[in-house]
Design a protein around this ligand. Structure first.
Ligand code: SF4
Length: 377
C-alpha cells in the first residue's frame, strides 16, 4: 500500500495562524507565473517516481489547491494521469477553500478523478472567520457543499476549529449546528495552535490575543466529540469523525505507519525506511528539478525500534486500537515486549485498554492522550 501526497503551495492570501508552506497569489484566481513554474517542476518530480508507481490514495493539499484556476487544475490533472498509474486509487482527496469553489473548478476537479473533497469551513461565525483572516464568509460553505453534492460528490469532509479566543461553548454549539445541517460524511476538528513565527504568535506575544485556557480547550473537545458522535459521526481518530465507511483512507495510512511519497515544495516523504522532505521554497525546489537533481533534503534513516514506537503512538490515535498481529507485521516488533513496563503501567492505570487481540486508548484518555503517548515513545 502506498499513498501519494501532492503539495500545492498557493493560497489567495495567508491566514494569520498558518505555518504551512504556501505563497499568497493575491487575487486567488491563479494565472500567476509562479503557478507555471510549479506545474512544470511538478511534472519533473512526478517523472522521478518509479515507472510502476501506483498509489492507493492521493491527497492534494496545501496551500489551497483550488487557488489554481480551472484551466490550471486541468493541466495539473493531465500531468498526474500522464506520470502516475492511477488505476489502484480508491480515494482521491482535494482540499478546497469554500470561497473559491466555482462551478468551473468543481467540473475540473470531478473530471480529474477526485472522489473526496475536504472543505476548510473552520467556523460559521463571521467574527471568528475574520479573527482567523479566512477569506470566505459562513454562507460560502453551504453553497460549496450544495454545488459539490449537485456535481455528484458523495464523500465530503468539513474542517472545524475549536479553542479559538472568544469562542464560547454556545458559539461552538452554533458552529456544530451549522456543520450538522450540511450533513458532511466526515469532519476534521482542530484546536487552534499558535505556531512560532506566525502573525498570530506575534499578537499573542504582544498581549493583543489571549489563547484559550487548557480547560476551555478540553471542554470544547468534549462537547464536539459528544455532539458529533450522537449525530452519527464516530470519532474514529482523535481529531477525525466519520460516518461508517467514510474514514479518510489516506490519513489512515499515516496513522498505521505505511509508506508515502510527497511531491511539491515542502512535502514530506517516508520511503524504504527513510524520512525526507522537499525545501519549503518554490524556486529552490523547481531549480533542483530543472537541473536534474533530487530536490529532497534532510534524509533520516530511522532506527527500526524508534520507528516502531512512533507507529505505536500514531496507531493508538485510531479508535480501533492497535491489533497485535498487524503491528508485528508492520514493524517486526512484538507490541507487548516493545511497550514493556510503561505500557503495563498505562494499562494498569486504565488509560489503555488491553484486549485479547489489541490495545486501545481508553475513551477517558482522549483528553490526555499526549501525556499517555509520552510514556510510550
Ligand atoms: S488557507 Fe490554509 S494553507 Fe492557506 S494560508 Fe490559510 S490555513 Fe494556510
Amino acid at each position: 500500500m502506498d499513498a501519494l501526497y501532492i503539495h500545492i503551495p498557493f493560497c489567495a492570501r495567508r491566514c494569520v495562524y498558518c505555518s504551512f508552506y504556501t505563497e499568497a497569489l493575491g487575487r486567488g484566481t491563479g494565472r500567476d507565473p509562479r503557478v507555471g513554474v510549479y506545474l512544470e517542476a511538478l511534472d519533473l518530480e512526478l517523472s522521478r517516481l518509479t515507472d510502476d508507481y501506483a498509489p492507493h490514495t492521493v491527497f492534494m493539499g496545501g496551500g489551497t489547491p483550488n487557488a489554481l484556476s480551472a484551466d490550471e487544475l486541468r493541466r495539473l490533472f493531465a500531468l498526474l494521469h500522464h506520470r502516475v498509474d492511477l488505476s489502484q486509487v480508491t480515494e482521491w482527496t482535494v482540499e478546497a477553500n469554500p470561497g473559491l469553489l466555482t462551478p468551473e473548478r468543481i467540473v475540473a476537479i470531478a473530471e480529474g478523478g477526485v472522489n473526496r473533497v475536504s472543505l476548510g469551513a473552520q467556523s460559521f461565525q463571521p467574527h471568528l472567520l475574520s479573527f482567523l483572516t479566512r477569506d470566505h464568509g459562513p454562507e460560502a460553505v453551504g453553497e460549496a457543499v450544495r454545488r459539490l453534492r449537485e456535481a455528484g460528490f458523495e464523500n465530503l469532509s468539513l474542517d472545524l476549529m475549536t479553542g479559538l479566543p472568544e469562542q464560547s461553548i454556545e458559539g461552538l454549539d452554533r458552529d456544530i449546528d451549522h456543520l450538522l445541517d450540511l450533513a458532511p460524511d466526515h469532519c476534521s476538528a482542530y484546536c487552534l495552535e499558535v505556531h512560532p513565527g506566525t502573525p498570530l504568535a506575534r499578537r499573542v506575544e504582544s498581549g493583543q490575543v489571549q489563547e484559550a485556557a487548557p480547560d476551555i480547550q478540553a471542554a470544547h473537545y468534549e462537547r464536539l466529540l459528544g455532539r458529533l458522535e450522537a449525530a452519527g459521526l464516530a470519532p474514529y481518530e482523535l481529531s477525525n469523525f466519520a460516518r461508517p465507511g467514510r474514514e479518510c483512507l489516506h490519513n489512515r495510512m499515516y496513522w498505521v505507519g505505511a509508506e508515502f511519497a510527497g511531491v511539491g515544495p515542502g512535502a514530506h516523504s517516508y520511503r524504504d525506511g527513510v524520512r525526507f522532505h522537499n525545501p519549503r521554497n518554490l524556486e529552490a525546489w523547481a531549480d533542483a528539478l530543472r537541473d536534474g537533481r533530487d530536490p529532497a533534503t534532510g534524509h533520516d534513516r530511522i532506527d527500526a525500534e524508534a520507528r516502531a514506537r512512533e507507529i505505536l503512538v500514531m496507531w493508538l490515535r485510531l479508535d480501533e486500537g492497535v491489533p497485535r498481529n498487524a503491528f508485528r507485521e508492520r514493524t517486526g516488533f512484538d507490541l507487548d515486549t516493545l511497550g514493556g513496563r510503561p505500557l503495563r503501567e498505562q494499562i494498569g492505570q486504565g488509560w489503555i485498554e488491553n484486549r485479547p487481540d489489541r490495545i486501545r486508548l481508553a475513551p477517558r484518555a482522549r483528553f490526555v492522550s499526549n501525556a499517555v503517548f509520552a510514556e510510550l515513545v
